[in-house]
Design a binder for this molecule. Sequence first.
Ligand SMILES: [Zn+2]
Length: 202
Amino acid sequence: MNDLIKKDMLLYSDIIKDDHPDLRQKSLPANIPLSNEEINVLKLMNDYLWNSYDNEIVEKYKLRPGVGLAAPQIGILKKMFCILAYDEKGDFHNYCIINPKIISHSEEKTYLETGEGCLSVDKTVNGLVHRYRRIKASVYLYDFETQELISTVLKLEGYLAIIFQHEYDHLYGKLFYDRINKENPFFIPENSHPVIFSPQDE
Ligand SMILES: [Zn+2]
């Protein structure tokens, strides 16, 4: 573990960028039960995502907002990531995920029409990333309110499944642009359909 965990909050500058070799490493499983250091790391990551939704904090600390953050992105090679996002129906989700394993997935794929972004990638990379539309993963979830770690099977689809797979890739040293078709970045396979976000009331 590094000095980061002594911090109170993560800044955008704490997130390593895609020229850093750690982002190409495979992460190791976290301890079960989690060590206090690992819980601190999860808290820092989850707080960064919560802060992303607070315009004042975003302005003040010049944060780049995100919907997911994986431990390798702050140089900690442990299988842990957090997700904080509204799905395409407008429902809110927050997960702190530890030692995930995708156990099954649909044949059908899905993608974001705008492409994907990443807090570790400063530049815009054009192209589509096709991911499984539905996934089933065995995970541990950590709940900060109850301080409980539970073992469960998570079923996700659409936008949440995309975020999960993006973060999961970080644990194996993969970045989203590795998955863009090199010859034809906007190629759409027959079995892939875009995520459709329902309009939100203001
Ligand atoms: Zn990323």
